[in-house]
Design a protein around this ligand. Structure first.
Ligand SMILES: [Cu+2]
Length: 234
């Protein structure tokens, strides 16, 4: 009898193993839930006020406490080149915070860059400080640039990919220039290639970890279109 139950046990293990196998196959095709990033900022703050900014990171019904990197980027309207990058503090329950003191009357942009579970998400919000401020109007163009690459590794050649559209339609053969601002000091102009679907690429090997800014400059008609994206170099 004992021998027989062993046999059953063995059979059960084999069955479980088999059903696990087929489950794994199903899981390979299964697309994981995207990470949701809920950046919570006040609409207005007093000039000089210190605020604890909260962001909640979730995936499906789960909170995400094992993010590889969570960085707040804050800059004054029209001055992304001088944005500040600050590491968030993990508080548990998927919450990542930053204490930040807002300065004078202005409009500030708060963006959070979250790298977790093989994904990257980076929502941005605006905060009015004090009375706000009037900024010189930036000329609106029909062009838009989306920098696809904003998270790279140092010490190896990386390809920076930028998508350029005109009125939402991919636009090829523009004389686009990529300028890398490294530590806000060194400027490097990259050689850009354009293949199709409005995709522009340039290769670069970053020497060390830190933050760089990629400026995309596109002379169009009688104006110049510019876009700026912070690149996180790990
Ligand atoms: Cu990002």
């Amino acid at each position: 009898m004992r021998k027989l139950s062993w046999l059953f046990a063995l059979l059960a293990i084999v069955l479980v193993a088999c059903s696990n196998d087929s489950k794994e196959e199903v899981e390979e095709d299964f697309i994981p839930d995207i990470i949701e990033v809920d950046l919570q900022t006040p609409e207005r703050v007093e000039a000089g006020e210190t605020i604890t900014l909260h962001t909640v990171v979730t995936q499906g019904d789960e909170t995400v406490d094992d993010a590889d990197e969570v960085i707040y980027e804050i800059w004054e309207e029209t001055n992304k080149l001088e944005s500040e990058m600050m590491e968030a503090v993990p508080e548990g329950d998927g919450v990542y915070t930053l204490d930040y003191t807002f300065g004078e009357d202005s409009i500030m942009n708060v963006q959070i860059h979250v790298t977790a579970r093989g994904m990257h998400n980076m929502p941005v919000k605006q905060v009015i400080v004090g009375e706000g401020k009037e900024y010189e109007e930036v000329e609106e163009t029909a062009y838009a640039a989306y920098v696809q690459t904003d998270d790279v590794e140092s010490g190896k050649e990386e390809t920076l990919i930028v998508h350029i559209t005109e009125k939402g339609i991919p636009k090829n053969e523009l004389p686009a220039t990529f300028i890398l601002h490294i530590d806000n000091e060194e400027l490097v102009e990259l050689e850009v290639t354009n293949e199709e679907r409005g995709e522009y690429r340039a290769n670069y090997t970053f020497q060390q970890a830190g933050f760089a800014k990629l400026e995309v400059v596109v002379p169009v008609e009688d104006a110049t279109f510019r876009a700026m994206q912070t690149i996180n170099v790990r």
